[in-house]
Design a protein around this ligand. Structure first.
Ligand code: URA
Length: 200
């Protein structure tokens, strides 16, 4: 891990401890993977298992993601994996704590770090998993917002601070847990992603 990234992560850790919204600010989850990775995967935000183990995509959605990576012979070690938001956003009821989608202001405040990760890792392809990171990356690139149903499996030529990369939107691996019809779509999009990475 680069010292520059580690410094940024420590600054984000400190920023989070000053937040007073609803989130697991004590247990942030940061990115991992090699600098210069061909592929950067960006999820939404950590879930309970990720916050517990301080690693992105190690819960149920992570199992699906690992299977998809295996299906195209990509190993986790060669990919940089991160999330748009680095803390687990939660809704607290009297007896339960459940995951929720990050709020627009939470996402907005998370963009500077995600942009720095992008500019430090410098991947050729950035695949977003779900709507939240898609919104984040399009915003970072100053492009018009889009929804996953319209753009999944398509390459979008993108630039941030003169760094050019291909944005490749994918459905979130958890979406296939709730919507079996997307299983095939996501598997096909992963195959297209694999071709794209090899070309770049
Ligand atoms: N979902 C995400 O978007 N990211 C994780 O790290 C885990 C589940």
């Amino acid at each position: 891990m680069s010292t520059e990234l580690l410094r940024l992560y420590e600054a984000e850790r400190a920023r989070m401890l000053s937040l007073d919204g609803e989130g697991d600010y004590q247990n942030p989850v940061f990115g991992e993977g090699p600098l210069g990775a061909r592929l950067m995967l960006v999820g939404e935000a950590p879930g309970a298992e990720e916050a517990k183990r301080s690693r992105a995509f190690v819960g149920k959605a992570g199992e699906t993601l690992s299977r998809l990576l295996d299906s195209v012979q990509l190993s986790r070690d060669e990919v940089f994996i991160t999330n748009a938001v680095k803390f687990r956003p939660v809704t607290r009821k009297i007896k339960t704590v459940s995951n929720r989608t990050p709020k627009p202001d939470e996402l907005l405040l998370s963009l500077p770090l995600l942009k720095q990760e992008l500019l430090i890792v410098r991947p050729r392809v950035v695949a977003t998993l779900g709507n939240t990171p898609l919104k984040a990356l399009l915003r970072i690139a100053g492009q018009k917002s889009a929804v996953i149903g319209d753009v999944h499996g398509k390459s979008i030529e993108t630039e941030a601070e003169s760094f050019s990369f291909v944005l490749f939107p994918l459905y979130h691996p958890a979406s296939v847990i709730y919507n079996r019809a997307l299983t095939q779509t996501l598997a096909e999009d992963f195959m297209k992603l694999n071709v794209l990475i090899k070309e770049r």
